[in-house]
Ligand binder design. Structure first.
Ligand code: DQA
Length: 138
């Protein structure tokens, strides 16, 4: 199964970024371990337009499912929502931290209601659970 992992802005800093909230595993470690777990193509994208382009590109590449941690764009981006609505690729929204335990502005996501599912607050386990789901789901 062809899966795509997309990480939004500032997730390239994982490992050193607020480790109390996001843990100490780096994005490179997550990517390597996830690749070992499933054949996936990953990447981190910072500008919103690049994420939109990557999602549109995924459809052309025959990607069957996307695992995305959109970072702060979760709470702001109608463009990323529209990109997923356009390509109709199923996706799981992952957040390392429990956004509902945090500031009020993090409680709303523009993606959750159109996601296949959301995994929130389980740290890096979220990425692996999402991959396991897509590997075993119909
Ligand atoms: C995050 C939560 C977002 O609110 C924040 O902006 C991030 C990381 C998470 O993984 O917990 O960049 O998506």
């Amino acid at each position: 199964k062809k899966l795509l992992l997309i990480n939004g802005p500032n997730l390239n800093l994982l490992g050193t970024r607020e480790p109390d909230k996001y843990g100490t595993t780096t994005l490179a470690e997550i990517d390597t371990d996830l690749r070992a777990f499933v054949e996936s193509t990953g990447g981190t994208k910072q500008p919103e337009g690049d994420l939109v382009d990557r999602i549109q590109q995924a459809a052309k590449e025959g990607i069957e499912a996307v695992i995305i941690n959109p970072g702060a764009y979760t709470h702001t981006s109608i463009a990323i929502r529209d990109a997923f609505l356009s390509v109709k690729i199923p996706f799981i929204e992952v957040h390392l931290s429990n956004i509902f335990k945090r500031e009020e502005f993090r409680h709303h996501s523009y993606l959750s209601d159109i996601a296949e599912g959301c995994i929130i607050g389980l740290g890096v386990h979220g990425y692996f659970s999402a991959a396991a789901y897509f590997l075993t789901a119909e």
